[in-house]
Ligand binder design. Structure first.
Ligand code: UDX
Length: 443
C-alpha cells in the first residue's frame, strides 16, 4: 500500500515522516515549489523537535536514508502513486469571521479528484466543521474518473506542536469516521503497527469523527479558561491560583493537566477551532449549546488585558519612556509558531500604549519579526532585559525557568518581573530583591 500526504505544514510533514517511519512508501505534495525543495533536501521549515531527524532518515536522495519518502508538486503523480491519500491542508479562521476557511481543504479535494483513475481512499485529517466530510465525499465521487471508487474517510489528528512526532507515533487514540468496511480495513492496515501496540482504534460515522476533534479542543480550551477564571477570582479575593490548581489536581476526576493558570491559550488551533465550532453550531441551529465557548474565548482574551494592566502598574501607571522586556514570542514553548501568540499580543498592546518593547524568544524570532516588524528584538535574555523597567515572562521556555535573578538584576533598570505562566521560582526572585507578580497570585 502506497500513501500520499497532501499539504506539508506541521500536520502533513509530521504525518508523512511518521508514515515513512512505519514502513510505507510516502509521497508528499505541496503547491509551493520552495516548500517541496526544502523538504526534499531534508530540512523542516519550522521548529519541531525530532522532525528533521525523522525526515532525514527517510527522504530519498539523502545519504543513508531509507528513501521511502519523496515530495512533489504534481497532482498527477500523487493520483497515480497513492492507494491512500491523506489530506492535511490547514483550515484557518476566516478574516473577520468566526467560521473556518475551508478553501484549502476543498481545493485539495478538487485538484486531486481528476487524477483518481483507480480506487483510492481519501482520508481527511484537517480539523473541519461537522458535516464537511459528507459534502466532500459527494464532491469527490462526482469529479473523480473512478467515481464511487474514490472513497472518503475522516481521521482527525490530535498532535500537539512541540510533540508532533511523538504524538503521531504514540497517539492516545486513533479515530476514524468511515462509511464502509473496506475503508475501515484499509485504515486498520495503515495503522497496524500502532493498533498492535494497543492504541485504541475508534470507528465512527463521519460527523462523530469530525466532532471528536472539535469537542476535544473545546474541552481543553474550557479547562484552561476555567482555571483562568479562577485566577480572576483569586486576584479579587487574595487567594493563590497555583495552590488552588495543585489542590484541585489531586482529584483524579479533575486531573492536573491543562490546569495551569496564566496568559491563556493561543496558537493555530484552540482559538480558531472553538470559534469555528460556535459558527458551525449556529448554522446547525444548535448555537445555544455552545454559548459557553464564547465565555471561554472572552476569559482567555481578558488574561492578555490583565497582563498589560499589571505591566502598566509596574511601570508606575503609564508606559511613556518605559522599557519593557518581553520574554517569549511563540504561543507556547518548544515551538516557533507565533500564530495568535498571547505573548506577542501583549507585546503589541504595550508598544501601542507607548512603551519601548524588546522581545526575545529562543526559536520564534524570525516568525515574530515578520509578524510584528515594529517591535525591537534582542539576541539574548540579557540583551532583552538590559535597561528594562519591567520584565514580562510570557512563554515558559526552559531557558527562562533557568534565568539567574542575580545576574539579570545587575542590568535591569528596575528589579520587577511579571510571570505570565506561573512557573518561575517566586521565592528565588524575591530573595534576589525583585518585585515578583503573577496572574492569579497575591502580590
Ligand atoms: C492543541 C491540542 O492540544 C492538540 O490536541 C490539537 O491537535 C491542536 O491544538 P497545540 O495548539 O499544539 O495543540 O497546543 P497545546 O499544547 O494544546 O497548547 C495550547 C495553548 O494552551 C498554548 O498557548 C498553551 O500555552 C496554553 N495552555 C496549555 C495553558 O495556557 N495552560 C495549560 O494548562 C495548558
Amino acid at each position: 500500500m502506497k500513501l500520499t500526504v497532501i499539504g506539508t505544514g506541521y500536520l502533513g510533514t509530521t504525518h508523512a515522516a511518521c508514515m515513512a517511519e512505519l514502513g510505507f512508501e510516502v509521497l508528499g505534495l505541496d503547491i509551493l515549489p520552495e516548500r517541496v525543495a526544502t523538504l526534499a533536501s531534508g530540512r523542516v521549515p519550522m521548529y519541531e523537535p525530532g522532525l528533521e531527524e525523522l525526515l532525514r532518515k527517510h527522504v530519498a536522495g539523502i545519504e543513508g536514508s531509507t528513501g521511502r519518502l519523496r515530495f512533489t508538486t504534481s497532482w498527477e503523480e500523487v493520483g497515480a502513486f497513492g492507494d491512500v491519500h491523506f489530506i492535511c491542508t490547514n483550515t484557518p479562521q476566516r478574516r473577520g469571521e468566526f467560521a473556518c476557511d475551508m478553501s484549502y481543504v476543498e481545493s485539495a479535494f478538487d485538484l486531486l479528484a481528476p487524477h483518481l483513475h483507480r480506487p483510492a481512499l481519501v482520508v481527511g485529517k484537517s480539523t473541519v466543521p461537522v458535516g464537511s466530510a459528507e459534502r466532500l465525499a459527494e464532491r469527490l465521487a462526482a469529479a473523480a474518473p473512478v467515481g464511487a471508487g474514490a472513497e472518503v474517510a475522516w481521521n482527525p489528528e490530535f498532535l500537539r506542536e512541540g510533540y508532533a512526532v511523538d504524538d503521531t507515533l504514540h497517539p492516545d487514540r486513533l479515530v476514524v469516521g468511515v462509511r464502509s468496511a473496506e475503508a475501515e480495513a484499509t485504515l486498520r492496515e495503515v495503522y497496524a503497527p500502532l493498533i498492535g501496540r494497543g492504541t485504541p482504534f475508534v470507528v465512527t460515522d463521519f460527523p462523530t469523527a469530525e466532532l471528536v476533534k472539535t469537542a476535544a479542543n473545546s474541552f481543553l480550551a474550557t479547562k484552561i479558561s476555567f482555571i483562568n477564571a479562577m485566577a480572576e477570582v483569586c486576584e479579587a479575593s487574595g487567594a493563590d491560583v497555583v495552590q488552588l490548581s495543585a489542590a484541585l489536581a489531586f482529584d483524579e476526576r479533575i486531573g492536573g493537566k491543562f490546569l495551569n493558570a496564566g496568559l491563556g491559550f493561543g496558537g493555530g488551533c484552540l482559538p480558531k477551532d472553538i470559534r469555528a465550532f460556535m459558527a458551525r453550531a449556529g448554522e446547525l441551529g444548535a448555537d445555544q449549546a455552545l454559548t459557553f465557548l464564547r465565555e471561554v474565548d472572552s476569559i482567555n482574551m481578558r488574561r492578555r488585558g490583565r497582563m498589560v494592566e499589571l505591566a502598566r502598574e509596574q511601570c508606575g501607571g503609564g508606559f511613556l519612556d518605559r522599557r519593557v522586556a518581553v520574554l517569549g514570542a511563540a504561543f507556547k514553548p518548544n515551538s516557533d509558531d507565533v500564530r495568535d501568540s498571547p505573548a506577542l499580543n501583549v507585546a503589541g498592546q504595550i508598544q501601542l500604549q507607548g512603551a519601548q518593547v524588546t522581545v526575545y524568544d529562543p526559536k520564534a524570532m524570525d516568525n515574530a519579526r515578520k509578524l510584528f516588524p515594529s517591535l525591537s528584538f534582542a539576541d539574548s535574555v540579557l540583551d532583552a532585559v538590559t535597561g528594562a523597567h519591567v520584565v514580562l515572562h510570557l512563554t515558559e521556555w526552559q531557558e527562562f525557568r533557568e534565568m539567574d535573578p542575580e545576574a539579570l538584576g545587575k542590568v535591569v533598570a528596575e528589579r520587577s518581573i511579571l510571570d505570565g505562566r506561573n512557573v518561575l521560582d517566586r521565592q528565588r526572585w524575591r530573595d534576589a530583591g525583585w518585585t515578583y507578580r503573577a496572574l492569579g497570585r497575591p502580590s
